[in-house]
Design a protein around this ligand. Sequence first.
Ligand SMILES: NC(=O)c1ccc[n+]([C@@H]2O[C@H](COP(=O)([O-])OP(=O)(O)OC[C@H]3O[C@@H](n4cnc5c(N)ncnc54)[C@H](OP(=O)(O)O)[C@@H]3O)[C@@H](O)[C@H]2O)c1
Length: 312
Amino acid sequence: MINLKSKIYVAGHTGLVGSAILRKLKSKGYRNVIYRERKELDLKNQIKVYNFLKKHKPDFIFIAAAKVGGIHSNNTYKADFIFDNISIQSNLINSAYRNGIKDLIFLGSSCVYPRNCKQPIKESYLLTGALEKTNDAYAIAKIAGIKMCESYNHQYKTNYKCLMPTNTFGPNDNYDLLNCHFFPALIKKSHQLKLNNKKEIILWGNGRARREVIYVDDIADACIYFMKKKIKETVINIGTGKDYTIKEYLDKIIKQIIPHKKITIRYDSNKPNGTPRKVLDVSLAKKYGWKSKTNLNDAILKTYTYFLKKFK
Ligand SMILES: NC(=O)c1ccc[n+]([C@@H]2O[C@H](COP(=O)([O-])OP(=O)(O)OC[C@H]3O[C@@H](n4cnc5c(N)ncnc54)[C@H](OP(=O)(O)O)[C@@H]3O)[C@@H](O)[C@H]2O)c1
């Protein structure tokens, strides 16, 4: 059972999710947390990963290291997405097993579910239909990670869990407009509007795609909660269970960042919409006693405050 003295390794501690897990562990008083920069430990290097885990023997691992990006990046760098993710997760999962580490959490993604599956999406819909084309390489890699956890649990009686977060945002997000996710892109575009005192904003697609988002501190909370929890299933969805259109998210962000501003939206139909609707069924997580806590408007304000600190 994880406790404040447990040795915990956070892989991907500089990223959006990994940094939130690290913050949360520290704030809760966990005092034996280890992490490494990419330049010290490239997780694509199988031997280095094996030796690192052999030397340090953590009791618990959070795998938040991955190659991650938005629709453009997923659709452009498919080879990197499939290779990097399969390498990182396979190296960590297999080396964990070979070093006797029985507990880990692997972060999957809501992108693994079929493009046209029924909504809200239950865990059981995995592998029941064709994937969204724009991120199929990433999704296949993530599915391999999930199946690897399931297979090790089945064959070796490990306790490897896969949390499947919906679109996540918060401090330490990527704001590179070409390669980032839609939510940080909306924050940055709204900020630019404010900065340049402009009125027009350009949205990719038609703004009608429906998405669910969650604040990253809630993901970190779920990671620690489920590391402690005894569960039967390997895969658990983590989200809010609520979805809005991209246009509705923009309205909410504008209201927080530039209240009373009248804006004009231009839709760039040359850019893809992605999956028409994506919202998770979070009843399994709820059954185990976990639900998201952060109010969306508060989360937008917190995120924008971090954004201003980082980019001013
Ligand atoms: N963001 C979302 O909306 C979202 C939604 C659902 C699921 N997830 C899942 O959550 C996990 C974390 O995502 P994120 O958004 O936090 O990603 P992120 O911000 O891009 O962070 C990725 C982390 O992985 C590290 N990393 C990547 N390649 C590495 C390598 N070869 N060696 C060592 N470290 C490496 C990065 O280190 P550097 O700082 O050196 O680059 C960074 O710390 C991923 O599994 C992702 O699929 C994210």
